[in-house]
Design a protein. Structure first.
Length: 189
């Protein structure tokens, strides 16, 4: 199936989603975030298996998400911003690829949460490309980078942040429509 068919299928089959999560591996090599108009949902890269600033590595296959999915919070700054309510939305779906953990998030409506609206608008403008997770280590070992390799871990929360511990957990600075993404992906390098 070529990229035109994939994107056409998405427009027909899942108009409120950006990209079928089973196709995320295809899009990982390109630097962009896909969104659609009139939706508050976005696929965000929440974590990767790369070495983070503390020398730590997450083994993505070690993800435990059962408890997280019972209360799939999408927070601002890991809930440490000082706001009365730090929840800016919810996580609708998680997808782990070989290199990254993605979350389909839905921002809270503007009339319900002004913080969510502010973060959402800044995210759309590309001013807040960074994401992060909170997790509880279950199994780990020391690594050669001065940190730990977490081979099994429980996801606690997903956050939109200003500065991520993992510098690879960022989205492109522009949100593309499905049509723009198709043109961009099909353009020769």
């Amino acid at each position: 199936m070529n990229i035109t068919n994939i994107i056409s299928k998405q427009v027909t089959d899942r108009p409120r989603s950006f990209v079928d999560p089973d196709q995320l591996d295809l899009f990982e090599s390109k630097d962009f975030t896909v969104t659609t108009q009139n939706t508050r949902q976005r696929w965000l890269k929440m974590a990767t298996g790369d070495v983070d600033r503390a020398g730590d590595i997450l083994v993505l296959a070690g993800l435990e998400s059962t408890n997280f999915l019972k209360n799939p919070q999408f927070l601002w700054q890991h809930g440490a911003s000082g706001a009365l309510v730090n929840t800016i939305g919810k996580v609708l779906e998680l997808k782990t690829t070989q290199t990254a953990l993605f979350a389909l998030v839905e921002y809270a409506p503007a009339d319900t949460n002004s913080l969510a609206e502010q973060v959402f608008q800044m995210d759309l403008l590309g001013l807040l490309p960074a994401n992060s997770i909170g997790f509880r280590p279950i199994e780990w070992e020391a690594n050669d980078f001065g940190g730990h390799t977490f081979t099994k871990w429980e996801l606690i929360e997903c956050s939109k942040v200003e500065l991520p511990m993992n510098p690879q957990a960022v989205d492109n600075t522009k949100a593309y429509s499905i049509e723009e993404a198709a043109v961009w992906l099909l353009a020769s390098d």
